[in-house]
Design a protein around this ligand. Sequence first.
Ligand code: ADP
Ligand code: MG
Length: 604
Amino acid sequence: MGKIKILPEGIVAKIAAGEVIERPSSVVKELVENSLDAGARMISVSVRNGGKSLIKVVDNGEGMNREDAENALLRYATSKIGSLEDMSRVKTLGFRGEALTSISAVARFTIATRDAGNSVGTEIRVEGGKIETAGDCERPVGTTVEVRDLFFNLPVRRKFLKAERMEYAEIVDVVNRLSIAYSRTAFRLYRDGTLALDYPPCLELKDRMYQICPPEWREAFIPLSIEDGFWQIHGFVGKPEITRNSRSGQFFFVNQRPVKILSFSFALQHSFDGTLPQGRYPVAVLFLQIAPENVDINVHPHKREVRILNEGMIQSLMIKKIKEVLRTEGSPPLLRLSERYEKASMADMPDQLSLPQAIFHERSEVRGSVPVTLYQLSGRDTLPVVAEESPDSFWRSNGRGGVDTPAALEKLRLGKVFGQLKGSYILMEVDDGLMVIDQHAAHERIIYEEILHSFSNGSSPSQALLIPLLIHFDGRESAVLEEYLPLLSKVGFGINELGNNSFSIDARPSFLKTEEVSETLRDFAQSAGEGKAKGPLVETHEKIARMIACKSRSIKAKEELTYEEIKELIQRLIRAKQPFTCPHGRPALIKLTTRELEAKFLRT
Ligand code: ADP
Ligand code: MG
């Protein structure tokens, strides 16, 4: 007899389940997606012990009749596609017909459901893939799925689950992503019996974002929309002052399906280059609408990753457009004085959008005062009483009216200058408050942009040196310098090779003082040698500009400036495309609004 055996169905089911169901959050994802596919207007998720002991999803979708409920538990049983062609135009979140089978193979599973055509519902209990009981039940139209003791029959998988808090955080992330995609649906999440998230239905994406994000972010969302015949992108990018230490604040959707798209993350990173501190990631919510046949969603068992036709083209248009909106809609970070803001300052904000419950609790107080557009619900839209927790307060927060208009765009312009503080900061009056400019950071930004400009438009103003400088480098430095000679000459350096690693410098960029030239070049040769500027030409240009700008210390911190010098600095800053940060992403200006002052002086 040969060595090869066909595995029995029970094992096959468990192996297959392992692909779809990795952890509690995968169960939540599959169940909530099913509810959304069933047209639910309200979805309630309850979890206990990070979903390890219980996950329960209740919806008011279309439900199922007896026959469908039984069939739904079979592998590759789906109501969503019937042919291969269907798969290329699929509009639902699910279509593989695997989720319910997989979940019921690795947990204690109950489904209770009723459709509008029947007055009694069906309840089926499955344990480890085996139907235990099936019968009638009384319930409203809709579906409840209860999943207990996940992986009770896969001890190894269970052992590898993370701590309750971590699994819960993943669940929050899943619920948040789906609730952004379906902002017209109401979502609730209960954690160990306590209401943790409560998102009433919204008319607009923006309002759902307000429900989810910290209140200070509201003024930091810049709307984005890109159209290109075959596809459209719409959504928001967060201004550079709201960033995260991971990509957890990036929400991408392809045809309303939450997905990870690396090329979009790269596009964001690149668009924000020079406005973000190291290790920070932009925040964004981006919806790509594209003909379904141009997307392959079947790449990944969780459908978390997708392939998109012409992804490169989409990416480069994104970069162009995001840079543009950052330039026109950017504004300086605000200096917050009042308690209200101090409490919820970014420093205290945990760095995951997948936040533990406590934070949502704290925030929900603030949320209560955020005006959002809400649907007025008809009587039909109530959640079935089968919810673990009483649903009567589901619409507590309903009925708030009015939408806040986003803060008007701010334009930087020269106002009344009060002078300089500690030889480092310039104080200037602006329309609605006081602008504090970090002269060093501002100057770095100016030089950076002037260098970039000189790369794309010939060269920058250069000053001949009366007596040429002679500089000797080591072998590596001079090799680097040689390589960058053409670019350095565009910046305004006149550099001649004398051989033997020696160079004579007979001209300098006008933004550098003569005595700073040799140190700047030496530093440049060193840092350019280390972090060898690779990648596309634009990126190389940006890196070089950043290095030189950083080294140019014409205006040092702690340097007294005359009124004329201050004025010139501000005027040059106004011409910058992105005046609000230095090229390393630190703020160059901060604004203290009159409103904040008034609040602090208790005048409001
Ligand atoms: P898929 O979503 O890929 O079709 P599933 O195993 O997740 O596969 O679900 C199987 C079928 O069960 C679905 O196609 C749908 O017809 C039905 N179903 C599952 N969940 C629900 C629900 N909450 N409400 C109504 N029908 C559901
Ligand atoms: Mg499904």
